[in-house]
Design a protein around this ligand. Structure first.
Ligand code: FCB
Length: 457
């Protein structure tokens, strides 16, 4: 049967994961501690005290996982490199045994015709760099660039696409702002210093990778698809504009336009003198990009509540803004399901910024999957299929409206360690039994296999 929704020829289909969420092997081959090792051991921070010590044991089981990817027909696999495996102390000589793992993984992927997409930083900062100040400290940006070069020196001959950071908004605002993620600090000034040094780290690494011959340089952000709760309310429109500034423009403007947005700098001057911003930094951050990764899960609706401005916001800078509870269907994370938000977001980025090819580097959903019972080897996750189907249609719609979007990577290949939620939220298209480490493709994986085969829905 002819697919009714067809994607452009050459559209890239794949899946994504991140090191700390799947690898386990926390003490193998000289890996040092990361901020997530420390954070997950801090009582009350992660659901039920779960840690990434074992996770999906992907470090040892990667051959089987790559075979599963091949079975599903994946054309690309986005994974992250664990900085503390490469530099256990976050600086200085590399640990060759850490690099060996990614070497084997990349070879295994190529052996199956799967294109590796590397993310250099998906949140697992070496603990010793946090002990020296973490991302609020400028030195971390410099260390990051050195680390990037070291990884590239080993894998650069076989990896074409290099992504510096995953969702720096989360690293800064959740890690240093509201403390929900590692390292769990709560300091508005540190939050904005972290934003800047993450971006600077991206720019320094990007420059160095370019000099080393990288042809596709990217970064992945999680832009907020933010809308006013009442589009006729001036207060709600102002709230949406501010959240757009704190979440989106504070990253996209320096990356793509070479300067921070004035209104956002003015807004955050209540927290920081921005002395961290030095001459020439914005130029470094403005390193040309070949690919912009977009992670999307849910839209955000906000209302302005100026009278409540005295109370704390959801994260620094959002005092006086109400984030509306979702209406309609939600995922197991409680995140609102609204595919149209993705189309609007993609169109907006394409409209407001200079042209850069886009890729969906994460999209997917957690649901409380039912496994076992009569059909022992099936996970009938119709809700996930419907989520993915809706979002792929939204992506297709954006392409039809002229957005230059090159591929789609589902989050996630495997059920995994969902940060502060531990293992209780399942995002995988492949079910993982954490007792036995047995993998079973869910119905959504088989459905996705068919989507890839048909290049459409
Ligand atoms: C994103 C993260 C990813 C995963 C999904 C659900 O913010 O990049 O690691 O946790 O959310």
């Amino acid at each position: 049967m002819e697919a009714s929704v067809r994607f452009p020829d050459g559209f890239l289909w794949g899946a994504a994961t991140a090191a700390y969420q799947i690898e386990g092997a926390a003490h193998d081959d000289g890996r040092g501690p990361s901020i997530w090792d420390t954070f997950s051991r801090t009582p009350g921070k992660v659901h039920a005290g779960h840690t990434g010590d074992v996770a999906c044991d992907h470090y040892h089981r990667y051959p089987q996982d790559v075979a599963l990817m091949a079975e599903l027909g994946l054309q690309a696999y986005r994974f992250s490199v664990s900085w503390p495996r490469i530099q256990p102390d976050g600086a200085g000589p590399v640990n060759p045994r850490g690099l060996d793992f990614y070497d084997r993984l990349v070879d295994a992927l190529h052996g199956r015709g799967i294109d590796p997409i590397v993310t250099l930083y998906h949140w697992d900062l070496p603990q010793s760099l946090e002990d020296r100040g973490g991302w609020p400290n400028r030195e971390t940006a410099e260390r990051f660039a050195e680390y990037a070069v070291a990884v590239h020196a080993r894998l650069g001959d076989r990896v074409g696409t290099w992504t510096t950071l995953n969702e720096p908004w989360c690293s800064a605002y959740l890690g240093y702002g509201n403390g929900v993620h590692a390292p769990g600090r709560q300091d508005p000034a540190d939050t904005f210093a972290a934003v800047h040094h993450l971006l600077l780290g991206h720019g320094l690494a990007g420059r160095a990778l370019r000099a080393a011959g990288v042809d596709t340089l990217g970064i992945t952000l999680n832009p907020a698809a933010v809308f006013p709760a009442d589009p006729d309310s001036a207060a709600d429109l102002a709230a949406a504009h501010l959240v757009d500034g704190l979440h989106n423009r504070i990253f996209y403007d320096p990356l793509l336009l070479g300067r921070y947005p004035e209104d956002v700098l003015a807004h955050i001057d209540r927290f920081t003198d921005t002395a961290f911003l030095q001459d020439g930094d914005e130029k470094i951050i403005n390193e040309p990009l070949d690919l912009l990764g977009i992670n999307y899960y849910a839209p955000t609706y906000v209302a302005g509540r100026p009278d409540a401005a005295g109370g704390g916001g959801a994260y620094p800078g959002t005092e006086g803004i109400e984030f509306k509870a979702p209406t309609g269907p939600v995922t197991d994370m409680g995140w609102m399901i609204e595919p149209a938000g993705l189309t609007r977001l993609l169109e907006r980025i394409a409209r407001d910024y200079p042209p850069v090819p886009l890729m969906i580097t994460e999209n997917g959903a957690a649901f409380a999957d039912k496994f076992g019972g009569d059909e022992r080897d099936r996970v009938p996750d119709a809700d996930r299929i419907s989520y993915l189907d809706g979002h792929l249609r939204a992506v297709h719609e954006a392409i039809a409206r002229g957005v230059d979007l090159r591929g789609y990577l589902v989050w996630s290949l495997l059920d995994n360690f969902e940060w502060a939620e531990g293992y209780r939220k399942r995002f995988g298209i492949i079910h993982v039994d954490y007792q036995t480490q047995r993998r079973v493709p869910k119905d959504s994986a088989l459905w996705y296999q068919d989507v890839i085969r048909r290049n459409g829905l």
